[in-house]
Ligand binder design. Sequence first.
Ligand code: ADP
Ligand code: MG
Length: 291
Amino acid sequence: MTQTATDYPGQGAISVRGLVMRFGEVEVLKNIDLEINKGEVVCIIGPSGSGKTTLLRCVNLLETPTAGDIVVNGFNVTDSECDIDGMRRSIGMVFQQFNLFPHLNVLQNLTIAQTKVLKRSKMDAEKTARHNLERVGMAHKESAYAPQLSGGQQQRIAIARSLSMNPALMLFDEPTSALDPELVGEVLAVMKSLAKEGMTMMVVTHEMAFAREVADRVVFMDGGYVVEEGSAEQVIGNPQHQRTKSFMFRVLNPTMVEEGDEFPTSAVGGSSGAENLAIALDTNFNRGQGS
Ligand SMILES: Nc1ncnc2c1ncn2[C@@H]1O[C@H](COP(=O)(O)OP(=O)(O)O)[C@@H](O)[C@H]1O
Ligand SMILES: [Mg+2]
């Protein structure tokens, strides 16, 4: 029997086993195992090029894995019997770039896929859209066009657009990386409220304060491997592996260079790692919600 996404026995759960992804000769993901339970928020951190985006793209079925199994919502999406289009519709994805249609207003941006893909009536689609604009605090902008909105507002609308498809889980790929720093907080606040509602979320992010407060689990990736995973307290606050320690050091001390680098670390002084951690954990996330 063909598997469909219309009812999800394990709604919101993701299970990745032995995932290998190769682009030609290059092995980008090397035997990844990862379990995300329904309602869990898992933050993926790691240096550029470590395979974070590729992992999300495999889970979202935008890439076909070279080897391994990916079970989403109880269905093995690597199985040829699986209703791939249906499964893909059950997964919401938010990218660094918001990609709103500039010639459509906010409401139309939220209804177009609902009517065209889900075949909802215009009235139903608008009702769902308005409900989700409410959730992200953007109900007052339904007639606006993307170029009239800030990056933070556009990203909140992109999240509402995704939610309007009623996804069973949401994937975020550095959703705040393209934003001016003062607009990051409002997007993180929306994501935090989604997490509180029990949405299953897989979030690639460099926002350590967000990860620390919201993530049930943090996964550190490097070179195509999951190097370390655990609570945020463990992985961010007290990393065990050298590669995680070194990454966290660089994230929390962006102006410092490590031993063996071109500049002596002693030349760059000031705050300690502990102080920087405290500062990093206070920034961005507590900026509150914009309008
Ligand atoms: N379609 C592709 N073809 C070839 N190489 C790719 C492709 N997509 C990603 N890569 C390579 O895979 C590695 C991991 O990329 P990516 O998943 O984007 O990492 P991250 O998101 O952690 O920065 C990089 O070396 C990148 O160049
Ligand atoms: Mg990436």
